[in-house]
Design a protein around this ligand. Sequence first.
Ligand SMILES: Nc1nc2c(c(=O)[nH]1)N[C@H]1C(S)=C(S)[C@@H](COP(=O)(O)O)O[C@H]1N2
Ligand SMILES: [Mo]
Length: 349
Amino acid sequence: MSIPAPRSVRGLTATPQRPPMDPPHGVRQIPLVPHQMVAAVTPHADVFTLAHLGIPRVDPAGWSLVVDGLVGRVGTLSLDQLKARPRTVVEAVHQCCGNPMEPRVPARRVANVRWGGVDLAALLAEFEVDPRAASLWSYGLDGGDIAGRHCDWYVKDMPLARLGAGGVLLADEMDGVPLSSAHGFPLRLVIPGYYGTNSVKWLWRLHLAAGPFDGPFTTDLYNDNVMANGGAVGLAQRQPVWAIAPESIIVAPAPDAVVRRGERIDIWGWAWSFRGITAVEVSVDGGTSFAPATLAPRCGWTWQRFTMPWLPTATGDVQLCARAVDADGAAQPRDAARNAVHSVRVVVR
Ligand SMILES: Nc1nc2c(c(=O)[nH]1)N[C@H]1C(S)=C(S)[C@@H](COP(=O)(O)O)O[C@H]1N2
Ligand SMILES: [Mo]
């Protein structure tokens, strides 16, 4: 596959060199399972790391960001120029959608992250985006072979209309400190409300285009109908894994916890989606009946805490489940979906 090189601009960066990759292969670190996700804002060290092709070690001195494509003004920005811009902080749920080859398997790789950086919509306005632009192609410095295809760079596309909902960030900080290499140093995209795969790390190029990008991470992988049909579908039939579907996790009690009959406990956890959650229901009988939990309001793009008091009245095994409903009225499916209902077995003694 050939990727068009950025139009060369006098004195400005052309296609960059790939930085050293360490490691030169995929990384998957998932420090927390749901019952460990007790913090409202996930500490830096507890945020999962996903990298398909390895981790580029970027020298910030030689780094710059290219903005090109359907813009009135092509340009590049150095890290210093970006850091000198007005800054913003966005707290947002951050979720990996799981293995793209297994779109119906819940992975529950999730965190709630405080990102710092610059607002993308404000920055792009300065480049005079052409009205024909409908898609933002974001390029990472990593590349290699995946799913039988070669890619020069990790590239994702985002509908430009997403900017209208706000919060899209070029982030250089996580929880007040510079991004680590694993999380995208020196700069990454953050698209609140979209699955993590869309938030391109080690960003080097923003390309404005009229239509979708054709590449392994946009055309073959991360397309629900491609996976459902077991093969490639045309660009027009794509169903990209973009907006996060309604989901909830039970944090407490933990799996296999022993609780006392006649002693009140709180069942609590987190719920989130692109649109925001309007109700969470909890079941203490394996999903036969549900009762509404108390739900905290959403604050920007954060996950929302739910809690329900429970007084166990009989001894034995109990299957607890939580089900979130979002602002569209869409509810979590019982099973066979990446956002299937989370269920926890506890023992009442
Ligand atoms: N350049 C680049 N960006 C990337 C990826 C990648 O492999 N390369 N992985 C994506 C995936 S699948 C996820 S879930 C998130 C993970 O971000 P984190 O490792 O900072 O938590 O980064 C996304 N951005
Ligand atoms: Mo992911």
